[in-house]
Design a binder for this molecule. Structure first.
Ligand code: ADP
Ligand code: MG
Length: 305
């Protein structure tokens, strides 16, 4: 690769919102056989909003709270107070939904992050668990009668956060995210080039499947419920099976996965971590820019010979 051609390619990229970290990156981008998209913030907007607040209608049976009823507002208030200690997009959605309803959100007395699962906290002396099935399972809390409703929310592409108060399930707060407008076109155009497209997420299987279907990623290429600490090894596995990969992510708990891939692509204004871990930065937050990067690398390297 002549330095001159590489410089031109890199400069054209920069003008078009595609930043290559160095000349050697172009070759690796050209040779990518697989593209792995992170779900949240990459295929989806990543700006979540609360879509449903669900409390059980009867609580006298089924092991639900009996002593004191928790209505929708109280559920949301407790959840928001607990989540005010978290920076996760889910937490921000819950806190702002509570603010919209003018609820009296406080600070948690204790707070613990459970990566890939949720949080535990104490609010007003009550022990709260907020998160997914895995979190409840590990705490030995039965989902009970709300299980079907959780499944329904997930099938609709929403992420249901189960709220347990003092060891008993009190309700579900669901958050919804929007699929990016150009995500489907990007997946299609990559597949048209013969590139194998995958999705990687910590979110549950059903929600993942719903988003994958919307963008055209086949069910066999979904890896869901992957803990943050496991994302890099899943990338390694996919690469072993499917060839050198470009991992596209926003850097929110996927920085090690970006580093592991043959090419790490940080999308969006992105976090500093992502940009550091990335070989390519896609400034515009547009999944179609993955194709721009590939086309540009092909064109630049072709001119060199
Ligand atoms: P992603 O791959 O989408 O970034 P994460 O690993 O951050 O996913 O989270 C995986 C799952 O863990 C979420 O879908 C949610 O169910 C649960 N979770 C994570 N953080 C929180 C939180 N602050 N509150 C409630 N649930 C959470
Ligand atoms: Mg993420």
């Amino acid at each position: 690769a002549t330095p001159a051609a590489t410089m031109v390619g890199t400069a054209i990229g920069a003008r078009n919102g595609v930043l290559f970290a160095g000349g050697d990156v172009l070759e690796r981008v050209r040779d990518v056989q697989t593209v792995i998209f992170d779900k949240t913030g990459t295929l989806t907007e990543g700006s979540m909003a609360v879509s449903d607040v669900i409390v059980p209608e009867t609580r006298a049976d089924g092991g639900l709270l009996t002593e004191q009823s928790i209505d929708q507002d109280e559920l949301l208030r407790l959840a928001a107070s607990a989540e005010s200690g978290s920076e996760h997009p889910i937490a921000q959605a819950i806190v702002s939904a509570a603010a919209d309803r003018d609820l009296d959100v406080g600070e948690p007395e204790t707070f613990e992050n459970e990566p890939g699962r949720g949080i535990t906290a104490t609010v007003d002396g009550r022990e709260l668990h907020l998160g997914n099935r895995k979190l409840l399972q590990e705490a030995g809390i039965e989902l009970g009668a709300l299980g079907d409703q959780l499944t329904e929310l997930e099938a609709a592409g929403k992420t249901g956060i189960v709220v347990a108060v003092d060891g008993q399930v009190a309700g579900i707060v669901a958050t919804a995210d929007t699929v990016k407008e150009s995500a489907k076109a990007a997946v299609e155009q990559l597949q048209d080039r013969g590139i194998d497209v995958w999705m990687l997420t910590g979110d549950n299987e059903r929600t993942a499947r719903s988003v994958a279907e919307a963008v055209g990623i086949p069910p066999a290429n979904i890896r869901a419920e992957v803990l943050p600490a496991e994302k890099a090894s899943v990338v390694r596995e996919i690469q072993d099976a499917s060839g050198d990969a470009m991992m596209v992510g926003d850097g929110v708990n996927d920085a090690p996965a970006l580093t592991e891939a043959a090419v790490g692509a940080a999308i969006g204004s992105g976090t500093d971590v992502a940009i550091e871990a990335g070989d390519v930065t896609l400034v515009r937050d547009d999944p179609l820019d993955v194709l721009k990067a590939i086309r540009l690398s092909v064109a630049t390297l072709r001119k060199i010979r």
